[in-house]
Design a protein. Structure first.
Length: 350
């Protein structure tokens, strides 16, 4: 596989004719991920309306391939399609025998990957990154995968610089994306890199998806703070949660437990695993997320109710933790846009 790694480090070169995209599917493929590749590349057109890509589906062995739904797909092409491809896309598999579950690259799959020609671009969707990592294609590179599989990925592939907070990572000839919908983001990114924003934006309009999504995976991850089994600071934490709208000090928190600030801070860290002020910020953010998802309160009111004081302060904390503004977060997780005035550009800070 070392030869494959070296070959894929070369610059992508363009051959005459349509850019050929091969989607390498395995048993347990997710239909949405397969369809996303065909949808994006298949709809890309030149200014004169000509097709820009030819997309084919292939498997280690042609024939019927199981999906994670209640229907199979018929795959006409084998690994030979990889040898002709300019871009190879590897979607995820949900089967127990897949590389995602075992950490092992089956010999047949390894041999298929070796069919990829020098200079080809290779990309993964969701946990398809496990295949690229098992093949050694991600060693020393930055990559991403679905946030729920991040811990498993890090344990299996410590040589990969995993960033589980982003939607996709472009390392030149090797690209990776996060969950299923992030495959759309990655495919649009590749079209944009190949043919410019106008072509990619037109594909996005035809597909009825945004040409670019704000933020990354961080906004989709719930991070509840674990509660210790035995606690001497529980009263203070319960009191703080009931008074999040107020400016709270360490002295006030320590007073709830009749402790000195020093003792309270030490015991809090021992029990919760973080400082009281960091815990408090996390709780304010979780409460803000809830209010943005479940209420129509203006951002200024959300900021006040969560103890951030101003909308600018809320924006700053939201960007630091989630990579998006409060309004962008609400657009993503609310069923409707309530017409609320914009809370500022995504790059704004207090």
């Amino acid at each position: 596989m070392a030869t494959l790694c070296e070959d894929l480090a070369m610059a992508v070169f363009t051959r005459p004719g349509l850019h050929k995209v091969a989607v390498l599917v395995r048993h347990g493929v997710i239909p949405l991920e397969l369809g996303s590749v065909h949808q994006v590349f298949g709809r890309a057109r030149s200014p004169r309306g000509g097709r820009l890509y030819e997309v084919v589906t292939c498997a280690v062995e042609p024939g019927e391939v199981r999906t994670d739904a209640d229907f199979p797909i018929a795959v006409a092409h084998g690994p030979e399609a990889l040898a002709e491809a300019d871009t190879v896309v590897v979607p995820a598999s949900h089967e127990a025998e897949a590389t995602e579950a075992t950490g092992v690259l089956a010999s047949e799959l390894r041999e298929a990957l070796e069919e990829i020609r020098p200079g080809a671009r290779i990309a993964s969707i969701c946990t398809g990154a496990f295949v690229l990592a098992a093949a050694g294609l991600l060693d020393g590179r930055r990559a991403t995968t679905h946030w729920m599989s991040a811990d498993s990925f890090r344990a299996l592939y410590p040589r990969v610089r995993l960033d589980a907070d982003v939607l996709y990572v472009d390392e030149g000839t090797v690209l990776t994306s996060a969950g299923e919908a992030a495959g759309l983001d990655l495919c649009l990114h590749m079209v944009r890199a190949d043919h410019g924003s106008a072509v990619a934006n037109e594909v996005a309009r035809r597909t009825v998806v945004p040409p670019h999504r704000d933020g990354g995976q961080a906004q989709f991850i719930r991070r509840p703070v674990p509660e210790p089994r035995v606690s001497s600071t529980a009263t203070a934490r319960a009191w703080a949660l009931a008074h999040l709208d107020r400016p709270l000090t360490l002295r006030e928190l320590a007073r709830q437990e009749s402790m000195s600030v020093r003792t309270f801070t030490r015991r809090f860290r021992e029990e919760v695993g973080m400082t009281p002020l960091r815990w408090l910020t996390r709780q304010r953010l979780e409460h803000a997320r809830h209010l943005l998802e479940e209420t129509d309160l203006p951002v200024e009111r959300v900021a006040a109710d969560c103890g951030f004081g101003t909308a600018a302060s809320l924006r700053q904390h939201f960007h630091a933790a989630l990579g998006v503004s409060p309004r962008a977060y609400r657009r993503t997780f609310r069923a409707r846009d309530d017409g609320e005035p914009d809370d500022g550009a995504d790059g704004a800070a207090a």
